[in-house]
Design a protein around this ligand. Structure first.
Ligand code: G6P
Length: 462
């Protein structure tokens, strides 16, 4: 598609391709930002003529990008500097504290959400930040460009762009699930209207799975009487990049360390952000149940949990982390023997360590309460070297692609999850091989470029 007269591309997302850090000598240097969104998008847009508009997320990002846009590999990156208190209201209170909870069904309704004057202030700031993004896009986008806006942080800008830059072809891609028509009414009607009208302002809205597009269509029909144009296109991991990391010396080192932890035992692995939607508590409770009901597995399997710190500005996340760590300690105290620690957990940003665990698992547990897609399930299927089994929540978008070969679970059912872990641990070699071959082929069937091309095709058909 590139080079075929395609209009220029503008990508817009809250978190962009670069994160600035101090190197060993104290200099500020750009590094690749973490997170699934960038991991899929960056390889697809590399080597295309692209403008990327994003937030300066940290103090360091704000400082380092004061001098204007940064040109890297043919990409021109504009960082929008948002004043820290406004950023907190837009990102912590609305994007993460409200919309993330809404779309993942995470509200503890006896307590949250609280639609009070603090919330309304934050909502107005969220709208203002969306307007600032729209203004920067309007200023920077070449005539007739295709503008790809990513995720719930920036869903409002469709209607503004339609008004001020009608020449643009605009696509919105929603990475999370979309909430149902009953749950959306938790929010006040003016906010619902603004969210839906913002999204309806785009020429097309994309989702990883049909279920989320259907929810959006229903909510939109309820709020506006209109059913907008949607398309389904699941993101895909960058297989080449995964293979490079899989062979890197740091990964080999991490694998050696993992073998010294396993000492010949089977490994159940999970790789997740420290995040409520990932359903960490029920995952560990299922392991506890497995050890209780099936004593033959005590001392014969270790649960390795590689977790990433996430959104530490939110009290709910900090409280959740405490609860998860407390539960792990409790389970370890119940079952540990002098030679065996049942759960080995680490919470740090370390991709090679995760890749090593994905190469080595016997069972990969992916049990989110709800998930737009879940890239880890696909990465695991691609990287694993032991025909390991994948226990997968039917509430993850990836289920619709991988479900024929994974062991499906209802993420709320702890005993069914522990039975699924048992099945995965005890299945015959034949079943393991056939499931692993199937899931690998499904996970490898798409690459990041396919996903990007689907987004472009939604508004441009030469
Ligand atoms: C996950 C979600 C994306 C979301 C991203 C934001 O990767 O799947 O939908 O855009 O988190 O993460 P952040 O760390 O920027 O809050």
């Amino acid at each position: 598609m590139p080079g075929s007269g395609q209009p220029p591309l503008v990508v817009v997302s809250n978190r962009g391709p670069l994160a600035f850090r101090h190197d060993a000598s104290g200099n500020v240097v750009p590094t690749r930002a973490g997170g699934g969104l960038v991991a899929c998008l960056a390889p697809a847009v590399e080597h295309r003529d692209v403008t990327w508009i994003t937030s300066a997320v940290t103090e360091l990002d704000r400082d380092a990008t004061k001098g204007g846009p940064i040109d890297i590999d043919g990409m021109r990156i504009h960082h929008l500097a948002i004043e820290p208190e406004s950023y907190r209201q837009y990102y912590d209170v609305i994007a993460n504290g409200t919309l993330w909870f809404l779309h993942h069904n995470l509200f503890d309704l006896a307590r949250r959400p609280r639609i009070d004057h603090h919330w309304w202030n934050a909502w107005h700031t969220y709208c203002d930040v969306n307007e600032s993004f729209a203004a920067l896009v309007a200023q920077e986008a070449p005539k007739g460009a295709i503008v790809l806006v990513h995720d719930y942080h920036l869903g409002l800008i469709g209607s503004t762009l339609r008004e001020i830059r009608p020449d643009l072809r605009t696509v919105y891609f929603h990475h999370t699930p979309f909430t149902g028509r009953n749950t959306i009414s938790t929010l006040p009607m003016p906010a619902i209207q603004r969210l839906i009208e913002g999204m309806n302002g785009f020429d097309a809205c994309g989702f990883h799975a049909q279920a989320w597009a259907d929810n959006f269509a229903l909510c939109s029909a309820d709020a506006t009487g209109r059913v907008p144009a949607t398309f389904i296109s699941a993101a895909a991991p960058d297989i080449n990049e995964l293979r490079v990391v899989a062979q890197a010396p740091e990964t080999e080192e991490a694998l050696e360390h993992l073998e010294s932890v396993a000492r010949g035992r089977k490994l159940i692995v999970r790789v997740d952000r420290m995040e409520l939607s990932k359903n960490l508590l029920r995952g560990f409770l299922a392991f506890d149940d497995l050890l209780r009901r099936y004593p033959r597995w005590r001392e014969n399997v270790t649960f390795v949990a590689n977790l990433y710190p996430s959104r530490e500005g939110l009290v709910d996340y900090l409280a959740y982390r405490n609860e998860v760590e407390g539960l792990i300690d409790q389970i370890n105290e119940s079952w540990a023997t002098p030679d065996w620690q049942p759960i080995v957990v680490s919470v740090q940003d370390d991709f090679p360590r995760s890749v090593a665990a994905l190469r080595r698992y016997d069972v990969l547990l992916v049990n989110p309460i709800r998930d737009g897609l879940n890239l880890v399930a696909k990465e695991g299927a691609i990287l694993n070297e032991r025909d390991g089994a994948v226990v997968l929540s039917r509430e993850a978008g990836a289920w619709f692609e991988l479900g024929d070969w994974a062991i499906g679970i209802n993420p709320f059912d702890i005993m069914a999850t522990s039975d699924a872990l048992l099945h995965a641990l005890e299945m015959s070699d034949e079943e393991k091989q056939s499931r692993a071959a199937g899931i690998r082929a499904a996970a490898e069937s798409r690459v990041p470029n396919d996903w990007l091309d689907d987004q472009i095709r939604a508004v441009w058909n030469p």
